[in-house]
Design a protein around this ligand. Sequence first.
Ligand SMILES: C[S@@+](CC[C@H](N)C(=O)[O-])C[C@H]1O[C@@H](n2cnc3c(N)ncnc32)[C@H](O)[C@@H]1O
Length: 339
Amino acid sequence: MSTTALALLTAPWAARAVTAAVRLGVIDELAGAPVSAADLATRLDLHEPGLQRLLRLLAGLGLLRTGAEPGTYTLTDDGAPLASDHPRSVRLLAEFYEEDYVRAAWASLEDGLRSGGPPFVAAHGRPVFDYLADVQERAARYTAAMAAGSRFGDRLPAAVDLTAARCVVDIGGGDGSVLAALLTACPQFQGILLDRPDVVPQARAALRDAGVADRVRVVGGDIFEPGAIPRGADAYLLSRVLHNWSDDRCRALLDTVRAAAGDAGGRVLVVERMIRAGAPDGPEDLLPLLFDLHMLVMTQGRERAEQEYVAMLEAAGFAAAPAVALPLGFSVLAGTPGG
Ligand SMILES: C[S@@+](CC[C@H](N)C(=O)[O-])C[C@H]1O[C@@H](n2cnc3c(N)ncnc32)[C@H](O)[C@@H]1O
């Protein structure tokens, strides 16, 4: 008999085990030379027999491999991004998905499927960004986790020809990690980052840490407010923004971006995980479907297929080039005025 159903039902245990290993510091300790459970237990003040079993499971999941010394473990290439100091670390995402308010939203999935309303609103009484505006510490962790999930800014210049561009507006840019990586790769760029007012101090700090603060103007505001999108830039980046919103709001936002781009050729760059046609054929195809349900739970948006974004861009007056792959399963779609 197939064990697929059982493997799926127990998959949340694997995620809990990974998060526990991250939170307890086990993963960071395993990022270097191989370590035994006994050494780890001493270093981290943990209970060795339980730790032994956790390590065995993490190895079974492909995140650890055994070292030359019997009983020692170290991270595999698949496990490495869970460590804090990995250049594309997803550690903060491991913590974010286990936040109690995120889990509470997922616990309302059935409500949402009955009512058609967003599960996040059923759980917390208001949409996610209104909720975050009232819980500053959680909001800061949310913004940092989003940054951890979007380490692809350095790859944008290879995916889209930006050689003629000078000014890029990052709409809903979060803490500016994507913009900072893009500006570091493109020394000729100046940037404007637009996000909710309570995100502004975190963005300023992150841009300062990245050494690009003097090339970026950070603006606090509402992307849907008339006049919020700065006019006349060469590129308008919408990185993981459209998937938070309904088709109607996306169309309204793209119309505003098209108007702000004017007739000087300013392009729009849409970065999302795009749903592929046909039956899923491996984890790359499954991830957009999983994140689509996460969007259903957390936001008023959804993940979409490339063709859906192309149609939205065309409706707003942009001609779209074919999407180009980025790390972490993302793609970028560039739209040029005149579609
Ligand atoms: C999923 S995050 C993406 C952040 C960043 N672009 C990235 O790719 O990592 C969505 C961002 O949209 C911002 N946002 C949501 N609603 C907004 C609004 N009405 N006005 C301005 N920013 C908004 C959030 O604060 C958040 O930083």
